[in-house]
Design a protein around this ligand. Structure first.
Ligand code: SAH
Length: 400
């Protein structure tokens, strides 16, 4: 049996049920575990701590499957974990055809993300889209795919493991069909009554920002009669929600022409009046400043940029970028206006993000009130023992 023994006192984080062990916590490895193989993890005194996946190339050397000594890691284990995850979504997620079915560590499947899309109107048999981002889930891919198909009854599974993080695990980037049919060229799903195209093969992540569902619903709820600005709009998620909520006018900015083409198609798919939507194919930083200079004003602004801080060393530069766009956001708001502002940088925590936004409000010389702290939906649970899982944070502010 492959066994990994930790250095003295390095068992503490596992006893708190944190699911990772870094290479520098390891005293010795017995046996010759291959990449992704299951190992028993023991404290220095020999006590059982967990069963985990071994990742010889990564600084995160072990990812825990189970803290239960009696639980073997086999096909039945993956079946149970996937069924549990599916049952959670069935119980907690409503009014959507786009669900995060597996959210890594929080679902006991570290390094795995799976989104489940159902076509609007129930056409087709649905589409599962997976990202395998760690050696353990890579090694159990077949069992996981079988479990996904079994739990959901959806026969179509597509892999979007074209993510650079795989290199840290010694894995190549890969995409392709894992089961069933290739993804439909046009997959249109419905969320809160609004239809969205999902580009499973080449869109961002698995094709859609499933994590922003609750936030799109909020924008939809508050958009009626308002002038809305949506920055970094991608395929128009928030823009469509605003149009669906009865916004008077929605201006959206993105530097990707392809994303904007899909956004326009989304307007059409919903039968919304295209004259209410304006799409600017441009750099958001410069465009925001130009809009301020032109004296444009809005009642609701959304700022949902890409990850400005992919790692710790980018935090300072990222903080300046967040401050820059939020400063413009505040300047563009009419009194009483709402700002929905987000960061998906794991390296910037909620406190720091709030400080940055507060600094931007001060520079804009406005009083900003936080109406609500925002995050991903209930299909993106956060393990209490694993704060690293909280990547998306947002604030809904009102200027007075
Ligand atoms: N808000 C979106 C997701 C944003 S993803 C949603 O809810 O679906 C980030 C987007 O920012 C991408 O579409 C990317 O094309 C765009 N982007 C990145 N840098 C940009 C820049 N400097 N100016 C404008 N858009 C940018």
């Amino acid at each position: 049996m492959n066994t990994v023994t930790l250095k003295p006192s390095k068992e503490k984080s596992l006893l708190r049920r944190h699911p990772w062990v870094y290479a520098n916590a390891i005293d010795r490895v017995e046996g010759k575990p291959a990449s992704g193989a299951t190992v028993v993890v023991r404290a220095h005194d020999g006590r059982f701590l967990a069963r985990a996946a071994y990742s010889p190339h990564s600084q995160i050397r072990l990812r825990v499957w189970s803290f239960d000594e009696a639980e073997p890691i086999d096909h039945a284990f993956f079946k149970r974990r996937v069924q549990r995850a599916f049952a959670h979504r069935q119980a907690f997620v409503r009014d959507t055809g786009a669900v995060r079915l597996i959210f890594g560590e929080a679902d006991g499947l570290p390094g795995l993300v799976v989104d489940y899309y159902v076509q609007d109107g129930g056409a087709g048999s649905g589409q599962l889209v997976c990202q395998f981002m760690a050696a353990g889930v890579e090694a159990w891919k077949e069992a996981i795919v079988a479990a996904l198909v079994g739990a959901t009854g959806c026969p179509n599974v597509y892999e979007r493991s074209d993510v650079s993080i795989r290199e840290k695990e010694g894995l190549e980037q890969i995409t392709g069909v894992l089961a069933g049919d290739a993804p439909a060229d046009t997959l249109i799903t419905r969320e809160n009554g609004v239809r969205y195209h999902v580009d499973v093969r080449s869109g961002h992540k698995t094709g859609f920002y499933v994590d922003q569902r609750d936030n799109r619903a909020l924008v939809q709820a508050y958009a009626a009669g308002r002038d809305v600005l949506n920055c970094f709009c991608y395929t128009g998620g928030f823009s469509l929600a605003a149009l669906g909520g009865g916004a008077k006018r929605v201006v959206s900015i993105d530097s990707s022409g392809e994303a904007l083409a899909l956004a326009r198609a989304n307007v059409e798919a919903n039968g919304f009046d295209a004259a209410r939507a304006e799409w600017l194919d441009a750099d958001a930083f410069r465009t925001l400043r130009r809009l301020v200079d032109d004296g444009e004003r809005f009642d609701l602004v959304v700022l949902d940029p890409p990850k400005f801080a992919p790692a710790r060393e980018h935090v300072d530069r990222a903080a300046r970028a967040y401050k820059d766009i939020n400063l413009s956001g505040f300047r563009l708001l009419r009194p009483g206006g709402l700002l929905f502002t987000y960061s998906c940088s794991g390296a910037i925590d909620a406190d720091l993000f709030q400080k940055i936004v507060a600094g931007a409000a001060a520079d804009a010389r406005v009083d900003a009130r936080i109406l609500k702290r925002l995050g991903a939906g209930l299909d993106h649970p956060l393990l209490a023992a694993f704060p690293e899982g909280e990547y998306l944070k947002g604030l809904l502010l009102q200027i007075v």
